[in-house]
Design a binder for this molecule. Structure first.
Ligand SMILES: [Zn+2]
Length: 767
């Protein structure tokens, strides 16, 4: 009867039969999705009677993924993973599981209640996440509509139209996505399931659930390892813990305290990989690599090790603390400056020494022959040239230089430092010392000294005056010999608070708003050396909390941040921005930072990550905030994907700060008044750079960042999806209160921080 009525209505209204059934309340939204799934050839599995043959199969995915999508893997056969899903048409979910397991996915439909039951059975109870922001987000109509729009693009119009009528039915899914930021502390820094061992022990009856809960609550306060807490609380003794784990996991437990590992074995695994996964290679057994791991069940770690070493991996269990100790022992940079020279001493002392060394070198050079001599390394170790290179480094650090340039000229070699963005000549010398200096620098940065015809890149980790510096060395063959540029990154130098960045109050608010988005992509743009890394590091540090998994891939890693997993790009080893991003998605991150988006592939994965619930930070080379949009679209990103994922664009530049000791107050002339856009009767005092002995006679001391922050709100999103020009976007943003680089720089000139010259350097054209 009722069905007949439905058919009648359908005939009259020419509506889709599914819509009619929905309107009549005969079926639910879910029913229709299920029907569609079945129509698409996806079978249904009754999990209430289904027996999972291999109990390790459900654990191939993380609880996070299982919960987020309401899915559970039930069978693995021939590289195909059968996954019970409440919505088998969810391509994001299928993609995520494929990435996470590296298996082909066969989705099957199952009842969501049954899936939830199995998730609890295999992963244990999850505490209900709570958070005040949840409510705000749920009521956020903009977000809801965006989500609908995404759904439309992904599932096609038909399904979209079905869902559209009933926004409420989207609610639960919306909740799942927004909950992400509040998910409990279930993972350690590497995204590895933290309480797995705890759960195993409870299931085996070794400890009770109360003991585990208690240990977990201690862990939330202290951040200690769960095993350690269990031992400390006297719930289990250390020995039984490891014996149990050894038996349970079927892997050998090795005591690595005081163990001696050969350099040939250590060199098989990079420091980065070892630190990321907290593993240490201990023995090469006929081409199979025995690796001590704190979690030998972590298939991702084993996979990565197998891929990068090309060897079969024999995982062993070891105490995590011991592993960390061994990592410090074996993966420490062994290059140290021998001189205990006190850097605090005046630069003048160094100059004096350079003089002496130069004289000595001059003497030695007259005694030796032509410049194309092969360098004897052992000779070099104690040569004055070593001392000279060290002094150059020390002086660079003492003068806060960001780069060292060693440039062979036709008649001499020039050493220049970049200080506050400007190149300053430090010394000139006989060009005959070039081969020795180049050789010395190549040796300590791990480059090939015999190769002189191709450009090379290397790095030096160096400690000067108890601070760690990372020097990035680039060697370029030129007409007159190899030119060296060394970029110095002070590892502590990035340690600034967001208040030191130089935001005006209104921009700081926007910055806070942008970086607290639960997901989406934030792009920082500007030329090289505009301070983008400092801004990104500061943002990440703000967001770094024990329950947030942050991964970065950088080229180079300029500063290390505690609690964040940082990966160095290594193109030779196949670690590119794109490949790193791909493997990141298997590590269940909350926040991802990609050093730079240089190509279409990276752009695409970054956007995809942003849409699937991650907060992604990256940088682009563009002039201003608005033109980042066109750059991304030029790279092949669909405007609708960009508009639904972008949350903020930050353009920035560095300008030099006036030296407070010698800056000179002046009244702006007509031209300057015009540049500053002053009103006719507006009186301001501006300053001129003069120069004194406190500022190397430049008139400037230090630098400050100038920002332009474009918050991507609904209106901007609409413009982006319409693919309008960047000028239109910029105009709209200004109308909505965006302060451009030029406007903010004008503010800095007016408050006496910098000069009009500096302002024109970074923002020549009027907006
Ligand atoms: Zn001065």
């Amino acid at each position: 009867m009722i069905l007949k009525k439905a058919w009648d209505i359908q005939r009259e209204s020419n509506k889709n039969i599914e819509d009619v059934l929905l309107e009549l309340g005969l079926v639910s939204q879910k029913d229709i999705m299920h029907a569609n799934a079945v129509k698409m050839g996806i079978s249904f599995v009754d999990l209430s009677t289904y027996q999972i043959a291999d109990s390790s199969v459900p654990l191939l995915i993380t609880r996070n993924i299982a919960n987020r999508y309401k899915v559970i893997p039930i069978e693995k056969d021939n590289g195909v993973l059968t996954v019970a899903m409440s919505d088998p048409t969810d391509i994001f979910c299928i993609d995520d599981i494929r990435l996470a397991t590296a298996l082909e996915i066969k989705p099957v439909l199952a009842d969501v209640k049954e899936i939830e039951r199995l998730i609890i059975e295999y992963f244990g109870e999850e505490k209900k996440p709570q958070g005040p922001k949840l409510k705000v987000l749920k009521n956020d109509d903009v977000r809801k509509e965006e989500l609908l729009k995404m759904e439309e693009e992904l599932l096609g119009k038909d399904i979209y139209n079905n869902i559209k009528g009933d926004v409420e039915s989207i609610e639960p899914e919306l909740e799942v996505i927004t909950n992400k930021a509040f998910e409990q502390d279930n993972y350690n820094e590497s995204g590895i399931f933290k309480d797995k061992i705890g759960n195993i022990l409870v299931r085996a009856g070794v400890i009770t659930q109360e003991q585990l809960d208690n240990a977990l609550s201690i862990q939330r306060k202290t951040g200690e390892l769960i095993g350690k807490i269990l031992v400390k609380q006297g719930y289990i003794d250390r020995r039984s813990l490891y014996e149990f784990l050894q038996k349970q996991m079927g892997v050998e437990f090795v005591d690595i305290e005081g163990i001696e590992i050969g350099e040939d074995v250590i060199s098989l695994v990079s420091a980065n990989l070892a630190r990321t996964h907290k593993v240490i290679p201990i023995e090469n057994i006929d081409g199979n690599l025995k690796v001590a791991m704190s979690d030998p069940m972590n298939i991702f770690s084993i996979d990565d090790l197998r891929l990068t070493t090309g060897m079969e991996i024999i995982p062993c269990l070891a105490d995590e603390e011991q592993i960390l100790l061994q990592l410090d022992k074996y993966y420490k940079s062994d290059f140290k400056v021998l001189s205990a020279k006190d850097i605090e001493q005046k630069v003048a002392d160094l100059d004096e020494e350079i003089q002496k060394v130069q004289e000595k070198i001059a003497v030695e050079i007259t005694q030796t022959q032509e410049e194309d001599t092969t360098i004897d390394i052992s000779d070099l170790e104690n040569a004055p040239i070593v001392k000279m290179v060290n002094i150059i480094f020390q002086k660079a650090v003492a003068t806060r230089a960001s780069d060292i340039h060693i440039e062979p000229q036709e008649d001499c070699v020039l050493v220049r430092f970049r200080i506050d963005g400007q190149l300053v000549e430090i010394m000139r010398h006989d060009r005959k010392i070039v081969p020795s200096i180049v050789a010395r620098i190549k040796i300590i940065s791990g480059l090939n000294i015999a190769e002189k015809r191709v450009p090379q890149d290397g790095r030096i980790a160096i400690k000067i005056d108890d601070r760690d510096y990372d020097m990035r060395v680039s060697v370029l063959p030129t007409m007159f010999g190899e030119k060296i540029v060394i970029r110095i990154a002070d590892k502590q130098g990035f340690n600034v608070s967001k208040l030191d960045l130089g935001f005006f109050e209104d921009d700081l608010e926007k910055f806070d708003q942008i970086i607290s988005s639960p997901h989406g992509i934030v792009l920082v743009t500007g030329p090289t050396g505009s301070g983008k890394s400092t801004t990104l590091y500061t943002a990440l540090k703000e967001l770094c909390k024990p329950n947030v998994n942050i991964l970065t891939v950088e080229d180079p890693v300029e500063s290390t941040i505690k609690g964040i997993n940082q990966v160095q790009v290594n193109v030779k080893a196949g670690m590119t921005f794109a490949s790193a991003l791909r493997s990141f998605l298997r590590q269940d991150p909350d926040i991802i930072m990609v050093g730079e988006i240089r190509d279409a592939e990276t752009a695409e994965i970054a956007i995809r990550a942003a849409i699937t619930g991650h907060l992604v930070f990256s940088t682009l080379h563009t002039n201003d905030a608005a033109s980042s949009v066109t750059r991304m679209i030029d790279m092949g990103i669909e405007p609708f994907l960009l508009s639904s994922s972008l949350v903020g664009l930050i353009a920035q530049r560095l300008v030099r700060r006036l030296c407070p000791n010698c800056k000179e107050a002046i009244q702006p002339d007509m031209n300057e008044r015009d540049i500053l856009d002053l009103k006719e009767d507006e009186e301001v005092t501006i300053y001129r750079a003069k120069g004194c002995d406190q500022c190397n006679n430049t008139g400037y001391k230090g630098r400050i960042a100038v920002y332009e922050i474009l918050t991507v709100n609904r209106e901007i999103k609409e413009l982006i999806s319409k693919n309008v020009s960047s000028d239109i976007i910029k105009e709209a943003a200004i109308k909505m209160g965006m302060k451009t680089l030029r406007m903010n720089c004008t503010r800095l000139v007016k408050n006496g921080t910098t000069t009009i010259d500096e302002m024109l350097r970074i923002a020549y054209f009027k907006d």
